[in-house]
Design a protein around this ligand. Structure first.
Ligand SMILES: NC(=O)C1=CN([C@@H]2O[C@H](COP(=O)(O)OP(=O)(O)OC[C@H]3O[C@@H](n4cnc5c(N)ncnc54)[C@H](OP(=O)(O)O)[C@@H]3O)[C@@H](O)[C@H]2O)C=CC1
Ligand SMILES: CCCCCC/C=C/C(=O)O
Length: 499
């Protein structure tokens, strides 16, 4: 499936797509009770793609009630884990059968290049669902140490009704990071995709019903953060919320929980991720390839993007020359052209935010131009010190800030001089220095001689203001959708005293 098609083939697929126009509640197409709609448009052209229900608090009530009924009657929550596994594997199969359609829909709705959606987003989404499906009937509960007169069991139970509030930068993949473990665990869900990018979540919900996920278990309601996200966060019958997005909005979910039912809150938030390159690196070509990919992939709209290159002065010029050369190959333009690696930013508002970091007096080493009020070309800026805005704020665009250092100690200090702590990378030929730096950097993921987020087996989440309450991915992701129950048995029995 990850073999790319031609631009013409993608354009034809785009023209023939049947786009969802309704939310899904209790297994049925659903329109907002108030009847309102909003439009979702193509970031590459501005063309309106579809009208979607502009749901609000009363629709959240309906969706939560459906999820609660489904959870309580056990139609999913009490199925054998192996039965849930088979349904989720069927969902993955259906997604695979519809992979080109999903890749094009994701590209049209978000501006992501079809190169990315087809080679990364869609296959990684399918893989993620399969991984959690396969894990769920291999996770054991525990028997705690106890006296001969007692037995102490520690069992996991699905947490209940879960609200999932999603971002626009990886609509399918963030959906999978959350519904994979949540459905595997047996929870019932109310999903709110970002208003800008709701189409693929709706399509996945349709496929989930076809795969056999019972009605009411996977509800997807569309609308804005204030109209749908906040009522989910404040709902008295939602047991947990898992959120990915900005630190500012994440903070609000803690407030919502505190002011409602103290629901569990898991937050996966922003980053200002450092990439340290020391003077002993031997393969500058490989380092440069990681930097270009880490900084510009998905137009830098990635919470784990490399956004601060902290490079040793003795290797800076040679490395940057290689980075520039590789970045030259990242063609900017129509995201449905598989030759293009950089598409438009997700929305005019986001374009304006990213553009505000350009033309501010910083020395432009590479790029720096914008076009059509939609596209920002890969850009590299020389930054004097870590105090400037470009080094402190999450830009979420294809703009890399370069800081120059003279030692690893200085590099680690700068890496840690941020309110964020999501990911970091360290490039050095010295294994001991690499591991010492990895230990010293306060971030949830540190990669050595590579850019990345690990894989399905590794937890993802942030230190400091990059995260709260849990992790996505890996078996640890199941923790946020389950709770532990102790079952204590008193085995004292006079008749059986001698056994
Ligand atoms: N960590 C990450 O992966 C992401 C980080 N960001 C960062 O955040 C910045 C702003 O992007 P933005 O899209 O506004 O991010 P938000 O964090 O505001 O949006 C993420 C999700 O939260 C929803 N939301 C927004 N406001 C509220 C609210 N008051 N209560 C409940 N839910 C809410 C949004 O809904 P809706 O959009 O439909 O209104 C969306 O579904 C970006 O420039 C980037 O720096 C953004 C996205 C992902
Ligand atoms: C193939 C792995 C993609 C990981 C993307 C991680 C981004 C998370 C985010 O921006 O929230």
């Amino acid at each position: 499936m990850s073999e790319l098609l031609t631009k013409t083939a993608y354009q034809q697929l785009a023209q023939g797509l049947k786009l969802p126009t309704q939310a899904i509640v209790n297994g049925e197409p659903y329109v907002a009770a108030c009847g309102a709609t909003f439009s979702t448009s193509n970031p590459a052209t501005g063309e309106v793609l579809a009208q979607l229900p502009a749901c609000d608090a009363q629709d959240v009530d309906v969706a939560v009630a459906a999820a609660r009924a489904a959870f309580d009657d056990g139609r999913w929550s009490r199925q054998h884990p192996t039965a849930r596994k088979h349904v989720l594997l069927r969902l993955a199969e259906l997604m695979e059968a519809n992979a080109h359609e999903l890749a094009v829909m994701e590209s049209l709705d978000s501006g992501k290049t079809v190169f990315d959606t087809q080679t990364v987003d869609v296959p990684e989404t399918i893989h993620c669902l399969r991984w959690h499906a396969e894990a769920i009937d291999k996770i054991y509960d525990q028997v705690a140490p106890a006296s001969n007169q007692h037995m102490a069991m520690v069992v996991r139970e699905p947490i209940g009704v879960v609200g999932l509030v999603l971002p626009w930068n990886f609509p399918l993949l963030m959906l999978a990071w959350k519904i994979g473990p949540a459905l595997a665990a047996g929870c019932s869900l109310v999903v709110k995709p970002a208003a800008e990018t709701s189409l693929t979540a709706l399509r996945v919900a349709q496929l989930a019903l076809e795969a056999g996920v019972p009605a009411g278990v996977l509800n997807v309601i569309t609308g804005s953060g204030s109209a749908v996200g906040e009522p989910i966060g404040r709902h008295m019958d939602v047991d947990a919320v898992s959120f990915t997005g900005s630190t500012a909005t994440g903070r609000r979910f803690l407030k919502y929980a505190a002011e409602s039912n103290l629901k569990e809150v898991v937050l996966e938030l922003g980053g200002k991720n450092p990439c340290i390159v020391m003077d002993d690196v031997t393969d500058l070509d490989a380092v440069a390839a990681h930097i270009v990919n880490g900084s510009f992939w998905n137009m830098g709209q990635n919470c784990s993007a490399i956004s601060r290159l902290i490079v040793h002065k003795d290797v800076k010029q040679a490395l940057l020359q290689k980075v520039f050369k590789l970045a030259d190959a990242w063609r900017v333009g129509d995201p449905l052209d598989p030759e293009h690696r950089v598409g438009p930013l997700v929305s005019p508002a986001h374009f304006a935010k990213v553009k505000s970091f350009l033309g501010t007096g910083e020395k432009v080493l590479y790029g720096g131009k914008t076009s059509d009020e939609r596209y920002v070309e890969p850009t590299i800026l020389d930054i004097e010190h870590n105090g400037v805005r470009h080094a402190r704020e999450e830009i979420f665009g294809p703009i890399l800030a370069v800081l120059t250092v003279e030692s690893l100690q200085e590099a680690v200090a700068i890496a840690n001089d941020t309110e964020y702590g999501l990911t970091a990378s360290v490039f050095t030929a010295n294994g001991t220095r690499a591991l010492r730096a990895a230990r010293a950097i306060k971030a949830g993921t540190v990669t050595i001689n590579a850019f990345g987020e690990g894989d399905s087996t590794t937890p993802f989440g942030g230190y400091k203001q990059s995260g709260f309450g849990g992790r996505d991915k890996s078996v640890h992701a199941h923790d946020q959708y389950t709770q532990l129950k102790t079952i204590w048995l008193d085995l004292t029995d006079n008749e059986a005293a001698n056994i």
